[in-house]
Design a protein around this ligand. Structure first.
Ligand code: NAP
Length: 279
C-alpha cells in the first residue's frame, strides 16, 4: 500500500475500499449476506486493502457490523477505518451517542470520523466540540467532514480548538472536478486530506458509451493498465487526494489495487483532463 501524510500527522492509505451498499442501503439493514460480505472484506485485507470507508447510515449500521466482524484477527494498527455521523445526529449529545454505537458495531475505535453532510440545524462548532470529546475519550483518532465546500470547510476549521479538522470526503473523479476550483487549493494550502468518493463515477467512467472513454482507454493501453486503474491513478496523482473505490467483485478489488506503484505522466494527465473538462 502507498500512503500520504496530512496535517496532524494523519497517515492515510491512498486507496481504500468504499462500502456503500455492503450490508444494505439508506438506513436499511440487509445482514442476510453478512457471512459472504465478511469473507469479502477479509479477502480485501489479504489482497492489500488497509482502509475501509463506512457510515452509520450504510445499511443502518450493518456495513459497520460487517467491517467489525471482518477485521477481527487482523493487526488493528495496520488498518484505517473511516466512519461518518449522519447530519440529523450532529448535535453534541447525538454525535456522542452515534459514535458510541458505531464503535460498538465495529468493535474498535474509528481512525477518522466525519460529519457525513453539513447540518442545516446544528452549528458546526457544536459538532466539532463533540468530535474533540470523542478524541479525548479515545473513540476516534481524527475528525473531519464530508460534502463540505471550501467556505464550509473553513468554518469547520476555525471552529476546531483542541484538534484539527484533517479531511473532507467529497465527490471527485475525472468527470466531476468541481472541487478543483476552490476546495482543492484550500486543502493543499492547509494540508487537508481530500477523500475522493465515487472515484469511478459510480462506474459510469468505465462505460464504453461515455464520450470520453476512448481517451481513457488509449492512455490505459499506453501504460499497459486498465481504464479503471488509470482513472484511479489520475486521482491519487492529484495533490492531497486519496480514493475509495467501491467494489463488490473480487476481480475489481484486485484490478483497483493495480492503480498503485506507478504514476501517469503530467502530459497524459493533461490529455485526460482535456477529454473531461470541468463542468
Ligand atoms: P465508485 O466507487 O465510483 O463506483 C463503484 C462502481 O464501480 C460499482 O458498481 C463497482 O462494481 C464498479 N467498479 C469498481 N471497480 C471497477 C473496475 N475495476 N471495473 C469496472 N467496474 C468497477 O462509486 P461509489 O460507490 O459511489 O463511491 C465509492 C465509495 O465512496 C462508496 O462506496 C462510499 O464508501 C463512498 N461514498 C461516500 C459518499 C459521501 O457522501 N461521503 C457518497 C457516495 C459514496 P462492482 O460493485 O460490481 O465491483
Amino acid at each position: 500500500m502507498e500512503y500520504k501524510t496530512f496535517r496532524s500527522d494523519l497517515k492515510m492509505p491512498v486507496i481504500g475500499l468504499g462500502t456503500w451498499g455492503i450490508g444494505g442501503g439508506y438506513w436499511t439493514p440487509d445482514c442476510s449476506r453478512k457471512a459472504e460480505w465478511v469473507a469479502f472484506i477479509r479477502r480485501a485485507i489479504e489482497l492489500g486493502y488497509r482502509m475501509f470507508d463506512t457510515a452509520e447510515m450504510y445499511g443502518g449500521g450493518c456495513s459497520e457490523e460487517i467491517i467489525g466482524a471482518a477485521i477481527s484477527g487482523f493487526s488493528r494498527d495496520d488498518l484505517f477505518i473511516v466512519s461518518k455521523v449522519w447530519p440529523t445526529h450532529a448535535s453534541f449529545d447525538d454525535v456522542l451517542r452515534s459514535a458510541r454505537a458505531s464503535v460498538g458495531r465495529l468493535g474498535t475505535f474509528i481512525d477518522l470520523y466525519l460529519l457525513h453532510w453539513p447540518s442545516r440545524d446544528v452549528p458546526i462548532a457544536e459538532t466539532i466540540r463533540a468530535f474533540e470529546r470523542l478524541i479525548d475519550d479515545g473513540l476516534i483518532r481524527f475528525m473531519g467532514v464530508s460534502n463540505f465546500d471550501a467556505k464550509l470547510l473553513m468554518e469547520a476549521m476555525s471552529a476546531a480548538r483542541k484538534y484539527e479538522v484533517v479531511a473532507d470526503e467529497v465527490k471527485y473523479n475525472l468527470a466531476d472536478r468541481f472541487i478543483e476550483r476552490d476546495l482543492m487549493p484550500l486543502a493543499v494550502k492547509e494540508n487537508i486530506a481530500i477523500i475522493a468518493y465515487s472515484p469511478l463515477g459510480t462506474g459510469t467512467l468505465l462505460n464504453p458509451s461515455n464520450p470520453s472513454y476512448s481517451v481513457l482507454r488509449s492512455i490505459a493501453e499506453k501504460y499497459g493498465k486498465t481504464p479503471a486503474q488509470v482513472a484511479l491513478n489520475w486521482l491519487i496523482s492529484k495533490p492531497n487526494t486519496v480514493a475509495i473505490p467501491k467494489a463488490t467483485r473480487e476481480e475489481h478489488l484486485k484490478e483497483n489495487l493495480g492503480a498503485l506503484g506507478w504514476r501517469i505522466s503530467q502530459e497524459d494527465q493533461k490529455q485526460l483532463e482535456q477529454a473531461y473538462p470541468i463542468k
